[in-house]
Ligand binder design. Sequence first.
Ligand SMILES: *[C@@H]1O[C@H](CO)[C@@H](O)[C@H](O)[C@H]1NC(C)=O
Length: 186
Amino acid sequence: MALFTTPIIIFSFLFSPFFDISTDAKFSEQFAEATTNSPHRTAEKTTHLHFYFHDIVSGPHPTAVTVAGTKNKFGATAVIDDPLTENPDPGSKVVGRAQGIYATSSKDTVSLLMVLNFVFVEGVYNGSALSVLGRNRFLEPVRELPVLGGTGIFRFARGYALAKTVTFDVGTGDAVVEYNVFVLHH
Ligand SMILES: *[C@@H]1O[C@H](CO)[C@@H](O)[C@H](O)[C@H]1NC(C)=O
């Protein structure tokens, strides 16, 4: 991550036996539908999205840049425009981008405030977005972030995202994070 480029011991938590969620490459699945009693509301769907978030700090084209504060210190703030791909490989199909801000919002610097839009380009989701606002204790094996809303196909969205670090390069600060997002929407 953009805010952490010095060595941090985080490899032991990368693979947790708990929360082991699907790691297949499928980007989306809609697995439930429920109608409400009110005639004024449309059917509600549940969608599961699965993708990989690439936080690129190093090299000539970083997708995460520190814009305020000091790296590794309380208050460090980064703006990101990170590609979201179908597989952990950064060269795999791009399904969207994560655009927003994260900042170290705890004095012990192990927790981030994340304010993000996941903006999708894949299939029927092209042009639709989900808004995430949450606390990311990034040393935990799996972090849960609330999804507060959405646009396009995701109007009225609410749900949660599970974030799990796949790789973190302690030399560069580059990170790949697996996301599983579950949302109810109209
Ligand atoms: C997404 O929509 C835009 C604008 O309508 C279009 O230019 C683009 O080709 C679409 N992308 C994909 C991957 O379908």
